[in-house]
Design a protein around this ligand. Structure first.
Ligand code: UDP
Length: 404
């Protein structure tokens, strides 16, 4: 695993010096992260790297995973969809299931941190355990247009925190507590993002039966309706009418996402007679995801809602041309026609992909611009600094609105 000094060639010594300076002020404090899955999805992805690096910086940082049963995760998945604005029937029984598991966690989970950093709605009710320590709620999802019943319910917990963190300006809410705008990040040195030799890229493509002789369009995402895998297939079919190409839909499941198997089944059925569509149910394998992203001609992310879209960050970091929906945190990463192409419809996405496949020089330029944008804004080192400054600010009483 990369050490702090390994980042110097990527971001420069001054950035690392800054991190050490800020970390020094946090010595003696325990930062405890809590989420609901150790693998799968963006939150686990970030914590896997954030926690060891904070520790190396001398900030005692730990990560606990809240336990929840199948019923609980069905309810929280409904909450997740409803917060994204999707219509969901939420019943009193759903709220009861949510509180029952939450109560059990309140009893069982030790919230020993000086700073307790709670990620997403699943563990939100742990706040009822708050004592004199500082509590932060980190919202990773797009709540620009939430279902009000669910949001008002969760808000009653959010209001008790010391601060809330959102990824994009449009997600901020009217709250009586401090709000911080801190977008997520990727680790440039992780297996998911580090440079790879061409042989490894080719061997992974070969392993999955993906031919190298025609363009590869790829979406890597959990099988979730909000990632619109069926829409991606429609886009692909439209592109394919004009240009011979293949589609890779690669994704895993997450422990806290019970809907994934159902969505995967629908996608498989839709794609079953098309030899150019590769549906890959991937185990958590960062090197393979890296190789697939690098081996693709165009990366698509056709989400209907998106908290931030780390898959977009990962693709841009690899200087890939990206076509992505203009939703959630994606426009923070892609400036249309400069660092990628934004789309709003199936037709728009298909048009953008055709444009990139027909103009490789243009595609290359967009990818290079994207990579620079990620280097300057969305690497782990920036994220670490923002979090540490936020932790420090909790011990100051002035009313801070945001950093970025
Ligand atoms: N990911 C993965 N394997 C998969 C699907 C996704 O490793 O099969 C990773 C992906 O590379 C990214 C993260 O999971 O790092 C997904 O984060 P994103 O913000 O795109 O979406 P989320 O799943 O959090 O909604």
């Amino acid at each position: 695993m990369a050490r702090l000094l390994d980042y110097v060639p990527v971001v420069g010594q001054p950035i690392i010096d800054d991190l050490m300076l800020v970390a020094d002020k946090l010595k003696g404090k325990i930062v405890q992260h809590i989420n609901s899955t150790a693998v799968g999805g963006g939150v686990a992805e970030i914590l896997n790297r954030m926690v060891p690096l904070l520790t190396e910086l001398g900030v005692d940082s730990r990560w606990d995973v809240m336990k929840g049963g199948e019923q609980f995760f069905w309810v929280t998945k409904k909450f997740h969809n409803a917060l994204h604005g999707k219509h969901e029937e939420i019943t009193q029984r759903d709220f009861d299931i949510f509180m029952e598991t939450s109560r059990r966690s309140i009893e069982q989970l030790d919230t020993y941190g000086d700073i307790v950093f709670v990620h997403d709605p699943q563990p939100i009710a742990l706040i009822n355990k708050k004592s004199a320590n500082k509590w932060i709620w980190r919202c990773h999802i797009d709540i620009s247009n939430p279902n009000q019943t669910v949001w008002e319910y969760l808000r009653s917990f959010v209001d008790k925190y010391d601060a809330a963190v959102f990824s994009a300006p449009s997600f901020s809410q009217n709250l009586p507590i401090r709000q911080f705008l801190i977008p997520p990040s990727i680790d440039p040195l992780s297996d998911k993002n580090k440079d790879l030799p061409q042989e490894i890229i080719e061997s992974v493509l070969e392993k999955y039966g993906i031919a190298g002789d025609k363009p590869i369009i790829t979406q890597i995402s959990r099988f979730d309706r909000l990632k619109d895998p069926m829409g991606v297939i429609e886009v692909f079919r439209e592109v394919k009418r004009h240009i011979d190409c293949q589609l890779v839909l690669a994704g895993g499941t997450a422990a806290d996402d019970p809907e994934a198997i159902e969505v995967l089944g629908e996608v498989r059925e839709e794609a079953q007679h098309d030899r150019d569509i590769h549906i890959l149910l991937m185990p958590q394998n960062d090197l393979e995801v890296n190789a697939l992203q690098r081996g693709s001609t165009v990366i698509i992310q056709k989400s209907i809602k998106e908290g931030f879209g780390l898959t977009v960050t990962e693709a841009l970091w690899k200087a890939k041309p990206v076509v992505a929906s203009a939703v959630g945190g994606i426009p923070l990463q892609i400036t249309h026609k400069y660092s990628g192409l934004l789309c709003h419809t199936i037709q728009g996405a298909a048009f953008a992909i055709k444009q990139l496949l027909n103009a490789p020089e243009y595609a290359k330029k967009l990818g290079e611009n994207g990579q620079e944008h990620i280097r300057n804004n969305f690497l782990l080192t920036r994220h670490l600094r923002d979090y540490m400054l936020m932790f420090l600010s909790l011990y100051h009483t002035e009313n801070v609105i945001s950093f970025i």
